[in-house]
Design a protein around this ligand. Structure first.
Ligand code: SIN
Length: 197
């Protein structure tokens, strides 16, 4: 049986494993939020960065190309050996995400039947007992300052944000939360005289 994995963050622009198909689409009843602390990729234990997670949000809908539901990509992995390698890779890469969920994946907003069922997705929950790195909500300014300053083994936190912004533009589905944060980080960079981003 084929395995499907939904990516809504870095998995959109970098799978890191072999796959047989890649579909653009969305899942329902969640919102993509920069609420997860990252001490292993885009920050350090001393200064955590922020990466995206999914927050339950019943009834989120898509509004034209600006979406409230999280759009991303679903990867199909057919061969058993590839599935094992992909899982091994993901279990390390997503180790600060404490939950795996199996969700319906849709490719068209107007169609209520999922294109694929039981698509695996990694989620960092808001349960501080299970997920000690969870940071939760903060103002756009506060999150932007943290993203601006953080850096970890995988690189600058702001590059993660800008890559996500760009990846969502590439798949034709921008996200207001990601856009607001990107614009705020760019504004802060401009104010500090850094015109490179
Ligand atoms: C994902 O991409 O689906 C999970 C979050 C991340 O690794 O950025």
């Amino acid at each position: 049986m084929a395995m499907w994995v939904f990516g809504y963050g870095s998995l959109i622009w970098k799978a890191g494993f072999r796959y047989d198909d890649r579909l653009v689409g969305f899942i329902k009843d969640y919102r993509r939020v920069f609420y997860q602390g990252s001490t292993d990729h885009r920050g350090t234990p001393e200064f955590p960065g922020r990466t995206v997670t999914l927050e339950p949000a019943k009834g989120e809908v898509c509004v034209s190309s600006y979406s409230l539901s999280p759009w991303g990509v679903a990867y199909k992995i057919i061969h058993k050996e590839d599935q094992e390698i992909a899982l091994e890779h993901l279990e390390v890469r997503e180790k600060q995400y404490d939950k795996k969920a199996y969700v319906n994946f849709y490719t068209e907003s107007s169609v209520s039947t999922p294109a694929v069922s039981s698509v695996m997705v990694y989620i960092a929950s808001a349960d501080k007992k299970l997920n000690k790195n969870y940071l939760g909500p903060a103002s756009v300014e506060e999150i932007a300052v943290q993203i601006l300053k953080a850096e970890g083994p995988s690189g600058l936190n702001r590059d993660y944000l800008f890559k996500l912004e760009n990846a969502l533009i590439q798949i034709g589905c921008e996200d207001n939360h990601v856009n607001d944060l990107s614009n705020e980080v760019r504004r802060m960079l401009f104010l500090q005289g850094d015109f490179s981003d």
